[in-house]
Design a binder for this molecule. Structure first.
Ligand code: NAP
Length: 307
């Protein structure tokens, strides 16, 4: 039986790996088969992670996290957890690859997943003009006209990044002010290839088999218009990934995993949670990493107490 299994491989998961490995707990970190490294694998320049004054690429940062976790003995498994039973003192974790593991503690660091607009055709056109990842798909839109939906940091970042490829980027936001940080807003507003369309939401996706445009709706007066597009990037935030455990641990009203105060303790003994899956507010790489450290220390104390 394992002392610790960590589920998730973003900054929270890997930090929990570094700390529990250094504590001699030989953690198994189940990183996902296709999404190992988490959201930062889909981002470009990370400028605000302390310790890197000139910035670095998101995937580069996650490679460093992983290398540091492995250096102390974290075992990283590139597989997906498909089922858990966390209720007993022995926690059961099953993977898509057909393995079943047992552990005394589990650290949930499953992060958050991209939010959809909830429109008809959204799934059908995903990968056919509709995307959630500029770094993955931007290259396909060289000299094309595209739109980014959203008003947060992700939308600003995606819109700026996409101007490397696209000839024109509409940045469509449902209100008349952005939610994004000032520096990110200023960069987007100063970019000559970006045109902001304020007070506007997407009413309909157009195209059969491939996106050809959208119908927009003005959120103030309700008027609609058609906008021809080659691509649409949706950056309207994300939701905590809780499906694996939602019937086992207590959630908050906003459907994040509920933890006890400033700790990582969930409603089940021996089960800890950290990173974006518990955080409705800050959701930064550095806060996720800090929270992974908290979970590792809590797991360590729990193991010492049950020995
Ligand atoms: P976010 O901050 O939650 O912003 C989501 C944006 O999408 C908001 O402007 C929101 O509008 C809009 N929105 C939500 N649902 C919508 C819908 N159904 N239709 C149209 N618009 C919708 O999400 P995020 O930008 O992904 O950022 C998530 C977190 O990561 C934040 O804490 C952010 O600071 C962080 N982040 C940081 C960086 C960086 O520092 N370099 C980069 C990316 C992300 P309203 O404004 O009206 O609510």
């Amino acid at each position: 039986m394992r002392e610790v299994i960590i589920i998730g491989s973003g900054p929270a998961g890997y930090t929990a790996g570094i700390y529990t490995a250094r504590a001699g707990l030989n953690p198994l970190l189940i990183a996902s088969s296709v999404e190992a490294g988490g959201e930062l694998m889909k981002t470009t320049e990370v400028e605000n992670y302390p310790g890197f004054p000139t910035g670095l690429q998101g995937p580069e940062l996650m490679d460093a996290f992983r290398a540091q976790a492995e250096r102390f003995g974290t075992e990283v498994l590139l597989d997906d957890v498909i089922e858990v039973d966390l209720s007993g003192t022995v926690k059961i974790v099953k993977t898509g690859g057909g393995q079943t593991f047992e552990a005394k503690t589990v650290i949930l660091a499953t992060g958050a997943a991209y939010r959809e607009l909830g429109l008809p055709k959204e799934k059908e056109l995903s990968g056919h003009g509709v995307s959630w990842c500029a770094t993955c798909d931007g290259f396909f839109f060289r000299e094309k006209t595209i739109a980014v939906i959203g008003g947060g940091d992700s939308a600003m970042e995606e819109a700026n990044f996409l101007t490397r490829f696209a000839s024109k980027v509409y940045l469509i936001h449902r209100r008349d002010t952005f939610k994004a940080s000032k520096i990110m807003q200023e960069r987007a507003l100063a970019n000559p290839k970006i045109e902001v369309i304020w007070n506007t939401e997407v009413a309909e996706l157009l195209g059969d088999g491939k996106l050809s445009g959208i119908v927009t709706r003005n959120t103030v007066d309700g008027t609609t218009a058609q906008l021809d597009l080659d691509g649409l990037f949706i950056a309207v935030g994300n939701d905590p990934r809780v499906w694996l455990v939602e019937n086992q641990v207590e959630l908050t009203a906003e459907k994040f995993i509920k933890v006890d105060g400033r700790s990582s303790k969930t409603s089940l003994p021996g089960v800890f949670a950290c990173g974006d899956v518990i955080d409705p507010t800050y959701r930064q790489a550095i806060t996720a990493a800090g929270s992974g450290c908290v979970a590792a220390l809590d797991a360590e104390h729990y193991l010492a107490s049950v020995k």
